[in-house]
Structure formats: structure tokens, C-alpha cells
Design a protein around this ligand. Sequence first.
Ligand code: GLY
Ligand code: MN
Ligand code: MN
Length: 434
Amino acid sequence: MNREEYRRRRRELMQLMGPDSVAVLAAAPEQIRNRDVHYPYRQDSDFHYLSGFPEPEAVMVLIPGREHGEFVLFCRERDPEREIWDGPRAGQDGACEQYDADDAFPIDDIDEILPGMLEGRHKVYSMMGRNPEMDQTLFGWVNRIRSRARLGARAPEEFVSLEHLLHEMRLFKSPAELKLMREAAQVSAQAHRQAMQVCGPDMYEYQVEAEFTGLFRRYNGEHAYPPIVGGGRNACILHYIENSARLADGDLVLIDAGCELDCYASDITRTFPVNGRFSAEQRAVYEVVLAAQLAAIDVARTGNHWNRPHEVAVRTLVEGLVELGLLRGNVDDLLEHEAYRPFFMHRTGHWLGMDVHDVGDYKVDGQWRELEPGMVLTVEPGLYISDRIEGVDPRWHNIGIRIEDDVAVTPDGPELLSEGVPKAPDDIEALMRA
Ligand code: GLY
Ligand code: MN
Ligand code: MN
């Protein structure tokens, strides 16, 4: 992402905040994995969106109209001793030179400097509730200003959640963001194709997972979320991430894995036969899910409301379940009573962006919002016929299928960011034979 894009975002946000305000955002804290070992660091998405600054222990302050510059960054000082162990830090000079801060100060001096930046401002925007320690610190600073009210200090009067303004901005992807998301989706697409090609009976789920990890790292990406590789009945466990079982001849395998590039996610699911050939039952259920997914993608269009793809998907699924004899009755009645829920218990999609379940409201004034160009969503219907569902002929048991793609809403209709992974049964079988 180029620096002008970050500048534009800060400008836009400050315009929305108004002149008499200030925003304070903290970088993500480092997380301990065990004893001296940390999890790989991932910057907070909101912090990254506005700064591109990749380090922990940092706080950014946006102060519209401030004479000495509107973007202030508190960050770690350079420290040659620590940098031998942990790698280079930007320091205050780097914050200004590489990340366009107008002013930068050591994070250790924040208590002395930041309260002065709040003083005289009416509204304080922050990510309230995200980081309790940060909330406490912020109130502490404001109280310090209040305690000097008799000396003429004016403390802020309004605390406002930054979430609404910022997340509305993040919901609409710029051309540069769409380009990055297309790239992330294409790396994932390539990995899904590879997985189809290497998969075979008796492999372990984690060995198939390795195809994804290997390829993502080759592009300097990483998993956007813990990948799911579930064979047979594991495909019916929605959040199965153990990926430890052996793949059996005759079973399906469901893989939900997506690459994150430069903090932008992709999210793709494919389901295919471990041995490369669908059984009659597997193919029959698969065709229903595929029809639902294609119909749902087709209505991911400007002017339709958010829930339209879900409505179209569940109707297609219910019609299919009736045809297969897995549900009995009138389609409208079955829809009204949500009779499909034992087989399809999640929604058909979510916003996608820097977070895999990305930010942005789904309703406006209590109504599903309209789809608009720049929004990106997943379309991911599924059917999960667990052997725990009563009254199902055992020949359908443990068929778990989801098909998931990433779709950008454009003025010309839905754009499939994740195109290029086969999903028609014949195409999957052909790739697996190749
Ligand atoms: N991979 C998470 C999801 O599909 O929502
Ligand atoms: Mn998803
Ligand atoms: Mn997914």
C-alpha cells in the first residue's frame, strides 16, 4: 500500500471527525504464546489501516487542524542493544520519514505529552472497549486535565467510539485494496488447486494443510485464519482446525483456507473427493450446494440488499433437499420454519477485508443495507449431513460440503476475486486426474 493511500485515509477520517476533536488509537499488544515465546506479531487492523506502522508499543493521535501537524505517533525509541535481538525499529525519525508522522515522540513520554493534545478538544474518539488498559489510561489523562480546571484547563466533554466512522470507511475498498485482495485470493486459489492435485487416500489432513502454508509463505503471505482441512465426518464440524486425521478413500475433504497479504485476507472453501471421484450421493448433494452458491453470487449486485444472497441460497438449498428426499414438505413452509437448519446452520457470507470477518454494519436503521460498489463479501453456502441428525438415510451420512468464494461488488456486477479454482464436479475430477 503506498503512503499516499494512508495519507488519504487519515485526511478523510479527520474530515468526518470534525475540527474540535482528537482520535487516539493504540497498536496491537504483543501476545505471549508460551513462556519466552511470542505469537508472530500482527498489527491491529485499524491501526494499520491509518498508518501502515508495523510495530507494537505505539499510539497514534489524529488532531484535525493542529498547527504543528495533525498526525502524531508515539513509538519505541531506537535501541541498538535491543535491535540486535529483535530487529530494527523505526524510532522517531523513521516514524516521520517513513510513515509521514508530523511529529513523533518516545512511547515512554506519552504520559507527559499526550494530555496536552487532548486539552481544549471537545470530542475524543477512541476504540472504546477494545483494550481495557488503553481505556483506563485515556480516562486517567482526561482526569488529569479536569483536575486543573480551576487553572483554566478545558477537558474534553464527549467520548465517542471511533468504530462507526472508521469501519464505514474500511467497508468500501479502494482500487489499491481491491488489487491486493485479488492477489491474496489468487495465491489462495493456486494453493487450493495444488491441494486437489496432491490429495489422495491415506494422506493426513495436516499434510494437505502444508500445501497452503508452503505456498502462502512463498508469496510472503500467511494464513488469514486457522485453516480447516476436514475429511469425512470432520467436514461436518464447522470450526474443525485440528487437521490431524487420516483421509479415507471414498470420503470428501472440506478445505477452508485463505492467504493474508499485507494485512488483507482471502477466504476460500472447496470440497472434493479424497480419491478424485465423487460418489453418486456426494455428487448429488454437491450439485445442490453449487447451484445455491452460483445463484447467490449472481445477486451480489448493487441495489440488492445484504441478505439477498442468503435468501437465494437457502431457497435453492431447500429445493435441493426436498428433491433429494432429505426434507419433506412445501418449500415455502420449510423456509418459514427454517427446517434446513440441521443441514445449514451458518449464514451465506460476511464482509471481507483486513479482517476475515471484516468490519462494517450489515443493517442501517434496522434494515439490511444495500450492496454498493467497493464492498467485498464471501458467498459460502454449505450442507452438512452429520450422522447425528436423526431420520436421515445412512447413505447420506457425513457428507459435509461448503463452497466459498470472495466477491467484490462492482458497477458491472459481481467480480469473483477468487476465480480459477474448479468447482464443477467434472472440472474437479479432471484436475485431480491430471
Ligand atoms: N474461514 C472463516 C469463514 O469462512 O467464515
Ligand atoms: Mn468465510
Ligand atoms: Mn472460510
